[in-house]
Design a protein around this ligand. Structure first.
Ligand code: PHE
Length: 343
């Protein structure tokens, strides 16, 4: 076979290979096999030494022509395959801008915190200040200044986490009463404060008890405060929180730091002038009373001049009543399925 024929044959074979491949890797293989140092074109050119001097430039030019032609064909095919690959990739990575986006789930205040904030807003609206006290408290404020000396039997009402004999986890927010009274300048007017916060008791956790829960303390001290002021205030708060048709009732009770002391019930059903007393369902929601003279005295307030009322309510219990939650532990398990109901 003449060199020309071999070159023509080579051209035909390689062009077929190029035309039938659809892989860039394969195309590259063809290129290397055809044009590389050990490829057929190089080999043909190597055979030039055996042909006549007249033929040599003709064959040489023809070989170069074939090589250039194949090079061009390879380039063209490469561009074509790259273009196909790019289009395929673009199609695969296409973004459908009309698809719904990923939902953000912004958090929200915990249901207990919501109740506390609602109470804060109500009391701020009635001219109260919001006071804070430490959760790690002195025995002195938690008990002694609340008229509960060391051996007082009523200390048993609140089983206590002691840290040292004088330092404890506060069992109630009542110590904030003593702390604010001590600091208050009565020449500037009445003291009206609420103090929300966490309290701790050595209780075994069950559906209605938690070793840690919340209280909102309330205290009003001025010159002419009566039990009617206490009742009016609590009625207003209960109606704001539970609804206009709810009533409250006071029952005599005992707390060492108030005298007289009351427990306050809220009606669970709606009440109007036609409701018979025996049809009202009462639920206990808080403790309250007129501040004991000893408590005033110990905080440096003259009980002959000043007096007032105090109350302590449990937002956990309020939340349970308001939303029909029957297990207090739900508030502390941090299960978002439970908590997100209260958005
Ligand atoms: N501190 C009382 C308790 O935890 C509640 C209370 C507060 C009662 C203020 C009367 C006055 O049980």
């Amino acid at each position: 076979m003449s060199l020309q024929d071999r070159l023509n044959e080579l051209k035909a074979t390689v062009l077929t290979q190029i035309n039938t491949t659809d892989h860039l890797d394969h195309l590259n293989e063809i290129r290397v096999n055809t044009l590389g140092k050990k490829g057929p074109i190089t080999e043909v050119l190597r055979g030039m030494k055996d042909i006549s001097a007249e033929e040599r430039p003709v064959i040489g030019a023809f070989a170069n022509e074939i090589r250039d032609l194949l090079k061009d064909a390879l380039e063209l095919k490469k561009a074509e395959l790259e273009n196909l690959a790019l289009n395929a990739q673009l199609a695969a990575e296409k973004i459908d801008v009309s698809l719904p986006g990923t939902d953000f789930e912004p958090g929200h205040a915990h249901v207990i915190q919501q109740i506390i904030e609602q109470l804060e807003n109500q009391f701020l609206g009635m001219g109260y200040q919001i006071a804070e006290g430490p959760e790690v408290e002195e025995d002195k404020y938690n008990f002694e200044m609340m008229n509960l000396p060391k051996d007082h039997p009523a200390r048993d009402m609140q089983d206590t986490f002691y840290i040292t004999p004088e330092i404890l986890m506060r069992t109630q927010t009542s110590p904030v009463q003593a702390r604010t009274m001590e600091k208050h300048d009565f020449t500037q007017g009445a003291l009206k404060m609420i103090s929300p916060g966490r309290v701790y008791r050595r209780d075994t956790d069950d559906a209605t008890h938690s070793h840690q829960f919340h209280q909102v303390e309330g205290l009003v001290i001025d010159k002419h405060i009566t039990m009617a002021d206490l009742k009016g205030t609590l009625l207003k708060v209960a109606q704001e929180l539970f609804g206009e048709k709810h009533q409250i009732r006071l029952r005599p009770s005992y707390f060492p730091f108030t005298e007289p002391s009351v427990e306050v019930d809220v009606s669970w059903n709606d009440v109007d002038e036609n409701t018979k007393p025996e049809d009202i369902e009462w639920i206990e929601v808080l403790g309250a009373g007129m501040v004991h003279p000893n408590v005033l005295k110990m905080a440096g307030v003259d009980p002959e001049v000043y007096g007032g009322f105090a109350f302590g309510l449990g937002p956990d219990r309020f939340a349970m009543l308001k939303y029909g939650v029957d297990d207090i532990r739900n508030f502390y398990l941090n299960d978002v399925r439970f908590l997100s109901q209260f958005k």
